[in-house]
Design a protein around this ligand. Structure first.
Ligand code: AMP
Length: 186
């Protein structure tokens, strides 16, 4: 059982690492980006509401994201733990998550901060070919990360649950580093 947050800039490899981590810990992988993309391809009301934000690399408004995550964490399969990927992404989201976890009598075990140099991030995103991975949208998303998301690191650092992981190497090596950082939880 583990409750984990995978944190890092776009292109750091959160989604890739999340898949094996969720399997090892047998916990659901909750990716807000994946949930939004599924809503968009299903043409649901939520999908229609968020599409332009994703297309432009802008953040979906906090309340929309928070309502979606609240609903997801209320589902039974998260009772034994969860892995959040791409959430929280703003200070208000982090604060709301903290309150939500208190309500549910849960705590986050660890926040893994994947660190990757900016030029590597850009190269990785350009090579994966997602719709929002064009050069100018990538620059916008990196700008949003520095302005809105990176300040969350201090929020978690003061709570002593943040672990920095050097993510500038192969997928396998990063996986190994993450497992080592979580060995006490397995
Ligand atoms: P990701 O797959 O995590 O890179 O997310 C893709 C896009 O979904 C982002 O560029 C945002 O438009 C949106 N998104 C995902 N998670 C969040 C979040 N926590 N807050 C606001 N927008 C989000």
């Amino acid at each position: 059982m583990a409750r984990l947050i995978l944190f890092g800039p776009p292109g750091a490899g959160k989604g890739t690492q999340a898949v094996s981590l969720a399997k090892d810990f047998n916990i659901p992988h909750v990716s807000t980006g994946d949930l939004f993309r599924a809503a968009i391809s299903g043409k649901t009301p939520l999908g229609l509401q968020v599409q332009s934000y994703l297309d432009q690399g802008q953040l979906v408004p906090d309340q929309v994201v928070i309502d979606m995550v609240r609903e997801r964490l209320a589902q039974m399969d998260t009772n034994g733990g969860w892995l959040l990927d791409g959430f929280p992404r703003t200070i208000p989201q982090a604060q709301t998550l903290e309150g939500l976890l208190q309500e549910m009598h849960q705590t986050c075990d660890r926040v893994l901060n994947l660190q990757v140099p900016e030029h590597v991030l850009v190269a990785r995103m350009l090579s994966r070919g997602r719709k929002d991975d064009t050069e100018s949208v990538i620059q916008d998303r990196l700008g949003v990360y520095h302005r809105e998301t990176a300040p969350i690191l201090d929020f978690y650092r003061t709570r002593n649950c943040l672990v920095d992981i050097d993510g500038d190497t192969t997928v396998e090596r990063v996986t190994h580093r993450i497992k080592t950082a979580l060995a006490d939880l397995l």
